[in-house]
Design a protein around this ligand. Structure first.
Ligand SMILES: *[C@@H]1O[C@H](CO)[C@@H](O)[C@H](O)[C@H]1NC(C)=O
Ligand SMILES: *[C@@H]1O[C@H](CO)[C@@H](O)[C@H](O)[C@H]1NC(C)=O
Ligand SMILES: *[C@@H]1O[C@H](CO)[C@@H](O)[C@H](O)[C@H]1NC(C)=O
Ligand SMILES: *[C@@H]1O[C@H](CO)[C@@H](O)[C@H](O)[C@H]1NC(C)=O
Ligand SMILES: *[C@@H]1O[C@H](CO)[C@@H](O)[C@H](O)[C@H]1NC(C)=O
Length: 312
């Protein structure tokens, strides 16, 4: 370890190590209309700090006098302690066009650090048709419609609070207005007992999914009635109709479902690295990080869930 530090300090004799100037979080997914916040922390003397959103200068902070007022949407809070200067830069009421790089530039030896702002939208979720009454072993179908999401949301189902395995449903997604995602998910299974069926939709900026739920009521005597009615109405329809309660090979009884809910990631997202010539291995970086956070605050997809949630 000592040797490693020696090599790194050799490599870093000039310039500043990343730990002495950093921006956190490195990427932030927030909902339209909410607030995005980034901390810039640095050690050492500085005079002017500049914040850019999509390469547009929106905030100037003087070490001496603090933020120089500009637009109402942007503000900065001083969290400096001891020898560490920390300024939290905030963008209120974010809109889709704020998505992209957020850069902090400190004149002098520090250079620039860039984070990514991902502005997302939570739309609607609705299971069509409401509550359903079915006979025992009858195949039932539920349709969940979502609209106005960005990026493409993750759609999942639960039955009595348990995640439904993905083989029981299909989701098709389309884009409207060029960027909003709408989807329809169809869930099918054989009715066994009464159940609460829930459709759950989420994007990374949402802490918990939005959902819609309906009740399935299974009536043991209902099947005979249905069969009688079907036979007396159309003689040919029964054999392949979904209401006849055929064996569904994809079906599993309650409690056997074990597929974890997945989160959708924005595949177009890419982390922009600042052009610091001195790259330090992650292990060292997290040791040097005074907060001990390192990159651990970020979920594997590169997202950090944000506390500011607007549920429509
Ligand atoms: C910035 O740092 C302050 C002080 O440590 C903390 O309270 C705040 O939550 C941080 N903000 C972000 C966006 O991480
Ligand atoms: C920021 O906070 C630190 C620590 O409290 C203080 O020393 C410094 O003067 C403050 N800077 C401004 C511009 O208010
Ligand atoms: C971003 O969108 C908002 C509202 O939709 C608009 O007021 C603002 O001018 C736009 N900014 C840019 C840089 O296009
Ligand atoms: C659906 O069923 C639940 C539970 O039986 C009931 O509370 C709710 O009012 C029903 N909803 C509708 C729209 O009938
Ligand atoms: C989903 O689609 C596949 C292929 O089209 C089909 O075989 C399967 O039965 C569908 N499942 C449901 C639950 O609709």
């Amino acid at each position: 370890m000592a040797l490693l530090f020696f090599i790194i300090s050799l490599l870093c004799t000039t310039g500043v190590t990343p730990a002495q100037f950093q921006i956190q979080p490195e990427s932030d997914a927030v909902l339209t209309g909410s607030e995005a916040r980034f901390n810039a922390s640095l050690k050492g003397k500085w005079q002017i700090m500049i914040w850019e959103v999509q390469k547009l200068l929106v905030m100037t902070i003087s070490a001496e006098t603090g933020p120089i007022p500009s637009s109402e949407r942007f503000s900065a809070t001083n969290y400096s302690t001891g020898s560490t200067s920390r300024w939290e830069f905030s963008i209120r009421n974010v809109s889709r066009n704020d998505s992209g790089p957020v850069t902090c530039i400190v004149q002098g030896q520090f250079g620039a650090r860039t984070a990514q702002l991902l502005v997302q939208e939570s739309g609607t979720v609705d299971i069509l048709g409401g509550n359903l009454t079915a006979a025992q072993d009858q195949q039932v179908e539920f349709q969940c419609v979502t609209s106005g999401w960005f990026p493409e949301p993750a759609v999942n189902w639960s039955r009595n609070g348990e995640v439904v395995e993905t083989s029981l449903f299909n989701t098709t997604t389309s884009q409207s207005h060029g960027y909003m995602f709408n989807s329809t998910s169809i869930l099918k299974f054989n009715a066994v007992s009464n159940a609460t069926v829930e459709c759950l939709v989420t994007v990374p900026a949402l802490i918990s999914p939005l959902s819609s739920s309906v009740h399935l009521v299974v009536e043991p005597g209902y099947q005979d009635e249905m069969r009688a009615r079907t036979q007396s109405q159309i003689s040919g329809e029964g054999a392949n109709g979904t209401r006849r309660g055929q064996v569904n090979l994809g079906y599993q009884t309650d409690g056997q479902t074990s597929v974890p809910p997945s989160e959708s990631g924005d595949s177009s997202f890419s982390k922009t690295d600042d052009s610091n010539i001195c790259e330090i291995p992650d292990i060292i970086k997290s040791n040097l990080d005074e907060n001990g956070h390192g990159g651990a605050r970020h979920t594997p997809g590169g997202f950090r869930k944000h506390r500011h949630v607007t549920i429509v």
